[in-house]
Design a protein around this ligand. Structure first.
Ligand SMILES: O=C[C@H](O)COP(=O)(O)O
Length: 349
């Protein structure tokens, strides 16, 4: 199959009618019904090898997205609230401590300052982020700090970020994080399997990680900045879904190039194609370098355009981001006060 920019443009305002009225919480999208879990399929090598991506077509389609929709004022505030609910609030730093993980979890429970929440009139929503994402070392700390909040703990795993530790060790890492309280596991693939076209090895690896996760949900990080071509990104996405991934995720945040819209377009097209062939809805998580509210809106527009409203919900969409909430909160403060605050007014930890 070839990825081409064939998606018909949609009118701007009419399709926004399912978005919230003013800053009142979006009720028009219906409840966030979890999708049936993707059990995976057999590896379809013929399909994988036949998949090719036309880079200039992808770039044209991405360029057209900016003009397709703009969200302003109260609509923008509502979309930004939505972005918060889809955020995997992340800390993956060498200097992480139990103290800053606990403070991050407090922020995850109450992502916006109380005065902004009240000014927006959204206190009764009990707004939280989608998850907190940490190294295995801090899973138990985060699980304890988030107890009773309904916010899940996600652990990066399997030798994150390079994914090159011994295979048994990578499996053991998943088991340990699940035992410590992680209900979402973000694994990294062996990029060499993609670069050498060893799709069977990639499939077997992701399948084994999925089995090790048990009930925990598996997010498969492709490390797109190290996969050389968009065709490889498309093929790796397919194999990851065939092997039973619940989500496919762009990046670790540690590569030179991380989440970009062209890569996002390719991966969402693969999700769409997998869904139409199997009936299973796979989630998408762009991660790495997403720092501004404007970027968040661009990603939400891409999701709405390419996959539809179900992918504007945390069951099927997450941002992996360590710094995004600061700017989102700043923009929401501007919306309610008309002034921009300094970033230190929205401390993360
Ligand atoms: O999975 C999440 C990423 O590591 C976050 O990357 P970031 O620090 O660039 O936001």
């Amino acid at each position: 199959m070839t990825v081409t920019p064939l998606h018909a443009p949609r009118p701007l305002r009419s399709t926004d009618s399912e978005l919230p009225d003013g800053v009142r919480w979006p009720t028009g999208l219906g409840p966030d019904i979890p999708p049936a879990r993707n059990p995976g399929t057999a590896l379809d090598l013929a399909l994988v090898r036949a998949t090719k991506v036309n880079r200039s077509a992808v770039e044209r389609r991405v360029a057209s997205l900016g003009g397709r929709r703009t969200v302003k004022k109260e609509w923008q505030a509502a979309w930004l609230l939505r972005a918060i609910t889809c955020m995997d609030l992340t800390t993956l730093a060498g200097d992480d401590t139990p103290g800053n993980v606990q403070r991050l979890c407090a922020k995850a429970r109450h992502p916006l300052r109380g005065d902004i929440v009240d000014a927006l009139g959204v206190r009764d929503l009990g707004l939280t982020v989608g998850a907190v994402c940490v190294y295995h070392q801090y899973v138990a700390t985060a699980a304890e700090a988030l107890k009773g909040s309904g916010v899940p703990v996600a652990a990066v795993s399997t030798g994150f970020p390079a994914g090159l530790s011994p295979f048994e060790q990578r499996l053991a890492e998943i088991h340990a994080s699940v035992a410590a309280g992680a209900t979402e596991i973000d694994i990294v693939i062996t990029r060499a399997h993609v670069l050498t076209g060893n799709w069977q090895a990639l499939y077997d690896e992701v399948r084994a990680f999925r089995d090790a996760c048990g009930e925990a949900h598996l997010k498969t990080i492709l490390g797109v900045g190290e996969l050389a071509t968009l065709t490889n990104v498309a093929r790796a996405s397919q194999v990851a879904m065939m092997a039973g991934s619940d989500f496919i995720k762009t990046s670790t945040g540690k590569e030179t190039s991380n989440a970009t819209l062209p890569v996002g377009l390719v991966m969402t097209r693969m999700i769409r194609d997998f869904g139409s062939r199997t009936g299973f809805e796979v989630g998408f998580k762009p991660a790495g370098g997403i720092r501004t509210a404007k970027q968040a809106l661009d990603w939400l527009i891409l999701m709405k355009e390419e996959l539809g409203d179900r992918w504007l919900r945390p069951h099927l969409f997450r941002f992996g981001a360590s710094g995004l909430l600061t700017d989102v909160e700043r923009q929401l403060e501007h919306f309610v006060t008309g002034r921009y605050a300094a970033a230190y007014r929205q401390p993360m930890v």
